[in-house]
Design a protein around this ligand. Structure first.
Ligand code: ATP
Length: 286
């Protein structure tokens, strides 16, 4: 009998995203506060006796070869630790793709966590995070989960308390936004207004939902909102429908609204569904 295991790969949202400067190596120095929401892909992993990685998914619109981050994670951990057994990966994709929700990074993190268990490698979370950093800037955070401040390229993490429990309404317009393109258009060294990390950390520490909402900020928003009016429209619509706080996640195009009262959700959901097909109502993972 072969062993089969599962890992959940939750989506992340940025409560705060600041860009400090563009570095000489081309990367941007960022400061972010990231947390997880209860919208997740599910990765199934089954040992194969042959030395092979096979990936399948019900989603027809993602690569299933070495371009897939979960595949890359399996190959990296296998090669680094000399594993000669293979694995069959099945990805049940629920997180919208290229949405600013780190779906691919979370799948890679789930593969690292899962294969560490499946192949009994005994790697620590820190070791998995540093493998993750080789795959992408958001992967270390996805390995660790929870709520964290991320610095550097996003790989230097400091875990903080979870924000107060609330509902998160996610709306993704039907456009694909390239993260590289958004960063490329940002004039990082000319930014005059920066969201405040200490203010958000204090809001979370004090468990003040109102202060968390007031401290949301993302310097990439202006770039994406100017280029894609539909993202601005979703933001404005969320405000009109009465969300308590609203922000674009990552480089977009997904916009999230934070809501404390369950009684408001139906109106917000129905209002958004009027012009946006992909709307999700989920909980913040606290
Ligand atoms: P981020 O928020 O980290 O910028 P994202 O949510 O915007 O990420 P992803 O959903 O991770 O973006 O996908 C970006 C691209 O990566 C897609 O165009 C897709 O082809 C490719 N990709 C590679 N692996 C995966 C995966 N496991 N799931 C989804 N997309 C993947």
């Amino acid at each position: 009998m072969t062993t089969k295991i599962y890992e959940k790969a939750p989506a992340k949202i940025n409560l705060l995203l600041d860009v400090i400067r563009k570095r000489d190596d081309g990367y941007h120095e960022v400061e972010m506060i990231m947390t997880m929401v209860d919208l997740a892909d599910r990765l199934e992993m089954e040992e194969l006796p042959r030395d092979q990685i096979i990936l399948s998914s019900q989603a027809g619109f993602i690569p299933l070869d070495e371009k897939n981050l979960a595949f890359q994670a399996a190959r990296l951990i296998k090669e680094r630790y000399g594993v000669t057994r293979g694995v069959y990966l099945h990805l049940d994709k629920r997180i919208p793709v290229a949405a600013g929700l780190a779906g691919g990074s979370s799948d890679a993190a789930a593969a690292l966590r899962g294969l560490n268990r499946l192949w009994q490698l005994g790697l620590s979370t820190a070791e998995l995070e540093s493998l993750g950093a080789e795959l992408g800037s958001d992967v270390p955070f996805c390995v660790r989960g929870g709520t964290a401040i991320a610095r550097g390229r996003g790989e230097r993490l400091e875990t903080i308390a979870s924000p107060p429990a609330c509902w998160v309404v996610l709306a993704k317009p039907p456009i694909n936004v390239s993260t590289a393109d958004v960063y490329g258009r940002l004039r990082a060294n000319e930014l005059t207004r920066h969201p405040s990390i200490p203010r958000m950390v204090e809001a979370i520490r004090g468990q003040s939902f109102a202060d968390v909402c007031a401290s949301l900020g993302n310097v990439l928003e202006t770039v994406t909102l100017n280029r894609y009016p539909e993202v601005r429209q979703i933001k404005e619509c969320m405000v009109k429908l009465g969300v308590d706080g609203v922000l674009m996640s990552g480089s977009g195009p997904t916009v999230f609204g934070l809501v404390s009262k369950e009684s408001k959700l139906a109106r917000i959901y129905n209002g958004l569904r009027g012009f946006c097909k992909e709307v999700y109502v989920v909980r913040m993972l606290t």
